[in-house]
Design a protein around this ligand. Sequence first.
Ligand SMILES: [Fe+2]
Length: 261
Amino acid sequence: MRILFIGDIVGHPGRLIVKEKLEVLRAELVPEVTLANVENAAGGFGITPPLVEELLDWGIAVLTSGNHIWDKKEILPYLREQAGGRLLRPANYPPGTPGQGAYVGKTTGGTAYAVINLQGRVFMPAIDCPFRKADALLAELPPEVTVRIVDMHAEATSEKQALAWYLDGRVTAVLGTHTHVPTADEAILPGGTAYITDIGMTGPYDSIIGMQREAVVRKFIDQLPARFEVAKADVRLAAVLVEADPATGRALSIRRIAQGR
Ligand SMILES: [Fe+2]
């Protein structure tokens, strides 16, 4: 079974390149399920209900997120009320937070799979422990759901690597998002878990992690509040293709995918 996971879709340029490339990419790679992190899909900050629906319409089965999921206020009622539960927020926010951090479903081919969204705590909001939350969510999963994909939305490489080693052999993949810079460390750990520190951003690379450079540089210097706008140039799609054995849930391979214009 092949799983295509698209890294953080940033703003209109990110959405546009997904729209342009996804069909061809799917014809070439033949994934049974396509997933994406979308927390920056609306103007670089958060996501709106119409954009969720659009991305689902393009055939992305489950949308993961992170700390920016709260940026557009209209997403809160959507997270609470959505049918199907295909937009996730990180699972380790405190009890009572709107939305769900895990999804269990079946591909059109009938293979059961789970997606778990977690968020790190290093240089990030001090939410609940992602390691303990992963334990709790995995304990609840039916054993027949062998294919288990974890989006670890985190800043620190060490925390992402630690989670991958902690879950090695218990999940199919631990895929990092949030830093927007693709890393070249994709690997299959000894227990059969595929890992990459960061899939990378789907958006404009002539930027500072997707934003127009000038305002970001100025803010580092003057420390004043600034308005960041999504950059425009050098738009690329970043993803990984994970191949897994559905009988065991073990990953067989992980491959980085990069597509420019
Ligand atoms: Fe993030």
